[in-house]
Write a protein of this length. Structure first.
Lengths: 113, 114
């Protein structure tokens, strides 16, 4: 079974700090790696995504770093804010196989004021 | 507003009963999905459909059934064969093909077996 392993399961960061969430995958055919953000009681929403032709993508305070040789990618949240407190999911898919995503287990992020 | 509507938000079921969760989208998306979410286990795919009148089993299809008679609708039935149905259920949709097609999620439905 295709897997995406995510760590840590939970993370507590002080306001203004850097939050880092890591994911590792097995299937080298994966070529699209999105991150989703989910607030309690809500559906996940796309936060940022990357393809393996680049090693980093930045959108505001959110950055994805991608290491193709290690089959790892990570989400960095700079200047973390209490409003960033949510569950974050990494995911991966093979774009030519359609839209089916494989999700990581999720990371519950708490940013303390 | 465009989006995905799931109903009901909360549902209680007695053991041995079938229940159906509704999912409607007005995004004109071809593909629709059902995920189950349990604490600490991420999102697990139950069923997905890339076109009307066609659907495929996901990773945990046992005890569930779906239909796709209309492009905008993809209801999920949780049958009495599902041994542990209490969970948060998420419906999603996307364009069928194309690079980077974003999956959009509904607000979810909480199902509790009592």
């Amino acid at each position: 079974q295709q897997q995406v392993k995510q760590s840590p399961q939970s993370l507590i960061v002080q306001k203004g700090g850097i939050s880092i969430i890591n994911c590792a995958y097995e299937n080298t055919a994966f070529d699209y790696f999105p991150w989703y953000q989910q607030f309690p009681g809500k559906g996940p929403a796309l936060l940022i995504a990357i393809r393996p032709d680049v090693s980093e993508k930045k959108e505001g305070r959110f950055t994805i770093s991608f290491n193709k040789s290690a089959k790892q990618f990570s989400l960095h949240i700079m200047d973390s804010q209490p409003g960033d407190s949510a569950t974050y999911f990494c995911a991966a898919k093979v774009e030519t196989s359609g839209s089916r995503l494989t999700f990581g287990e999720g990371t519950q992020l708490t940013v303390n004021p | 507003d465009g989006g995905i509507t799931q109903s009901p938000k909360y549902l209680f079921r007695k053991e041995g009963q079938n229940v159906t969760l509704s999912c409607e989208q007005n995004l004109n998306h071809d593909a629709m999905y059902w995920y189950r979410q349990d604490p600490g286990q991420g999102l697990r795919l139950i069923y997905y459909s890339q076109i009307v009148n066609d659907f495929q089993k996901g990773d945990i299809a046992e005890g569930y059934s779906v239909s796709r008679e209309k492009k905008e609708s993809f209801p999920l039935t949780v049958t009495s064969a599902q041994k542990n149905p209490t969970a948060f259920y998420l419906c999603a949709s996307s364009t069928s093909e194309g690079s980077g097609n974003t999956i959009y999620f509904g607000e979810g439905s909480w199902l509790t077996v009592v």
